[in-house]
Design a protein around this ligand. Structure first.
Ligand code: WT7
Length: 654
């Protein structure tokens, strides 16, 4: 068994069951021919033409994959612009079709046709140029789920300025760290947003971050909050006034090489600082367009809704770039699934007649808990396909989703991927492959995945091991294209692979069955996944140990009914610091300041010392067992077994 965050694996064993897609779905699906798997296998990498053909290229590429030496470059010689592909090219046929539909937190609704999107993106691209943004400059977008966010992304893409979107729930420190790391001197943000009807300010956090970033930051501020006056200083521009100043302007899209950067996104790694992941223009865009077509079955006439936040990769790939590249109508929702009522999402699906809905298991578990009466109040018959992403979905939640949302009439795609992979790598093709609840499915055509032991040898079906991807794919990030640093840096939780083989260690544990269906068991490194959000334990621990009076900290996850996992912090204090409520609050505040409220620990347990091995390493697995109330077994490997009882009683008295 893989050593790692494997608590609760039993509940994720796939059900011993197969379901075939309904005929009505197969009849209309984008990809229906089983031979697509073979086609990619026989004709790899040239078969990836199929993905590139979904785009318009300014200059045709010469090679599909150029992987001589230590680098991998997709679609070399080709050039294109991502904004042209997502907007301009749809104008001749679809200018009056809705591109974006926005449902605001206060019940507001706004939509943009492709023509309206084209106009605003052009005006904002002209505005960005006028404040000094040039090709290659990284523009940070610190914004909630408002239409101006995808508009700003597309405007950046139009002028060849990679964006770096920072989730609006992140703290000022987290924003500053990302701006510094990207050397980003431009920031687009807004005064604030609404969460469950209450105004949340954002500009103050952006100001704090900008003040600590070197050199000076030029900002654009969108006015989202009603009746909230925000005074703008030097180097700060109002979004609306900039658009007025550039009314009707058009900006020629910058021709970008396929291998040029489209955007940077930060995610959590195993160190205390965020990990930058850079996606390329040709490879990434082809890959998200292809997977939106083949997996999400998106058609131009669809209304498609992915309920993620654009601040994460899911939103980049499957709210903005993939769906818009295919010319569909993509829904953007600002707000919570249970505000004002627990029927909110179903009400939106009915009103907008959503065809394809893509969400996270954590949301599905909450829907289950609230009960089927909420979806039952609505007509969900427009739905054709359902998707899930972000963490394993247990068969019970899968079946609930299938029955109560899909009316047993919509295939479900359980899509495995990561920030690093750009798009989905492992899932079923909804009209071609049967579904097995609880298992993500086989690797997609052209994707090669293996489950190996610590020495890199393939393990037999049914055995757990490390999931590795052993062939390149167009959506791979630039960091993986350029040599093998990531593989070499992979820590204890990575298999030892031969130098000669190209491979990407995903840092997930998994098992495959006889049919090559892959069940994901969870991370094997120091990355934790809570409600589908990714954090590094080191990131959280370094925030905690910065608190006066705290000596050491270990962060682990425990199972949680709704979130899947919850964060528990175990801390030891310095001699003179007591177990006080103030200290507990200081720990929580430190995490919120360094990362944001989404990383807030569910519990903070004080102990005079943390359990350590003879060599002095904190035994996280033991703390995890304590958090899950499990049998602890043999403690003889511990240097200080006496602390275990103290920690257990501290947990109980909490
Ligand atoms: C980690 C990546 C993919 C975009 C959102 C998350 C886990 C993701 C699944 C799935 C089981 C999954 C993995 C992965 N994960 N999808 N369908 N089944 N686990 O991207 O924040 O980079 O997190 O999410 O553990 O490594 P991310």
């Amino acid at each position: 068994m893989v050593d790692g965050n494997d608590a609760g694996l039993e509940t994720h064993q796939p059900a011993d069951e197969r379901l075939s897609p309904p005929e009505s779905f197969i009849e209309q699906a984008n990809v229906t021919d089983e031979s697509v798997y073979e086609e990619f296998e026989k004709n790899w990498p040239e078969a990836w033409d199929r993905a590139a053909e979904l785009l318009d290229w300014d200059e045709d590429y010469e090679r599909v994959l150029d992987d001589e030496g230590d680098t991998s470059r997709w679609f070399t010689g080709g050039s294109l612009n991502a904004c042209t592909n997502c907007v301009d090219r749809h104008l001749p046929e679809q200018k009056n079709q809705r591109a974006l539909v926005w449902e605001g937190q206060l019940g507001e609704r706004r939509s943009y046709t492709y023509l309206e999107l084209y106009r605003e993106v052009n005006e904002f691209a002209a505005a960005l140029r006028s404040i000094g943004v040039g090709e290659g400059d990284i523009v940070t977008l610190y914004m909630p789920m408002i239409p101006e966010l995808p508009i700003a992304m597309l405007a950046c893409a139009r002028i060849g300025a990679p964006h770096s979107v920072v989730f609006a729930g992140f703290s000022a420190d987290a924003l500053a760290m990302r701006m510094d790391s990207a050397d980003s001197e431009y920031l687009v943000t807004c005064d604030g947003y609404y969460r469950r009807g209450d105004a949340v300010t954002l500009k103050n956090k952006a100001d704090t971050a900008s003040a600590s970033v070197d050199p000076d930051v030029t900002s654009v501020v969108v006015d989202r909050l009603d009746g909230y006056e925000c005074t703008l200083g030097e180097d700060e521009y109002d979004y609306g006034s900039l658009l007025d100043a550039h009314e009707s302007e058009r900006v020629t899209p910058v021709e970008r090489d396929a291998t040029d950067d489209l955007f940077r996104i930060y995610t959590s790694g195993t160190t205390g600082t965020p990990k930058g992941v850079t996606h390329t223009t040709g490879g990434y865009l082809s890959y998200v367009a292809w997977t939106s077509h083949a997996v999400l079955d998106i058609k131009p006439e669809d209304t498609y809704w992915c309920s993620a936040d654009i601040g994460w990769i899911t939103g980049h790939s499957y709210i903005v770039y993939g769906p818009l590249a295919l010319g569909t109508t993509t829904v953007l929702y600002e707000g919570a699934p249970d505000h004002p009522e627990k029927n909110r999402l179903w009400e939106i699906i009915e009103r907008q007649a959503v065809d394809v809905f893509y969400t996270a298991p954590t949301a599905i578990r909450a829907f289950m808990k609230w009960g089927e009466e909420y979806p039952q109040q609505h007509d969900l018959s427009s739905l054709r396909l359902l998707g899930t992403v972000g963490e394993p979905i247990n068969p019970r939640a899968w079946k609930w989703y299938y029955k109560h949302i899909g009316n047993e009439n919509c295939p479900i795609v359980d899509t495995w991927w990561q920030t690093e992979t750009g798009g989905v790598l492992i899932t079923t093709l909804p009209a071609v492959t049967d579904m097995k609840p609880g298992s993500a499915g086989p690797p997609l055509p052209g994707i090669s995945a293996r489950i190996v032991d610590g020495k890199g040898n393939e393990v037999p079906p049914g055995d757990g091991g490390y999931l590795i991807i052993d062939q390149q794919w167009p959506g791979m990030p630039r960091e993986l294209c350029e040599g093998r640093a990531w593989a070499a840096d992979a820590g204890d939780g990575a298999p030892q692979l031969e130098d000669t083989e190209w491979s990407y260690p995903t840092e997930d544990g998994a098992l495959a069955d006889e049919d090559d269906y892959i069940t994901i068991l969870g991370r094997v490194d120091d990355v934790i996944n809570v409600s589908g959000h990714r954090f590094g334990t080191m990131e959280i621990e370094s925030a905690i140990v910065s608190v006066d009076g705290i000596a050491e900290a270990a962060v682990v996850t425990g199972t949680h009914d709704i979130q899947g996992k919850a964060i528990h912090a175990y801390v030891s204090t310095e001699d003179d610091a007591g177990d006080t409520d103030a200290l507990r609050q200081a720990v929580i505040d430190a995490v919120e300041d360094a990362i944001g409220p989404i990383a807030r620990p569910e519990s903070v347990v004080f102990s005079p010392d943390l359990p350590k091995t003879q060599s002095g390493k904190i035994m996280r697995r033991l703390l995890e067992d304590i958090a899950n109330g499990e049998e602890l077994g043999d403690l003889s490997a511990l240097r200080n077994p006496e602390v275990v009882g103290e920690i257990e009683s501290a947990v109980r008295s909490d």
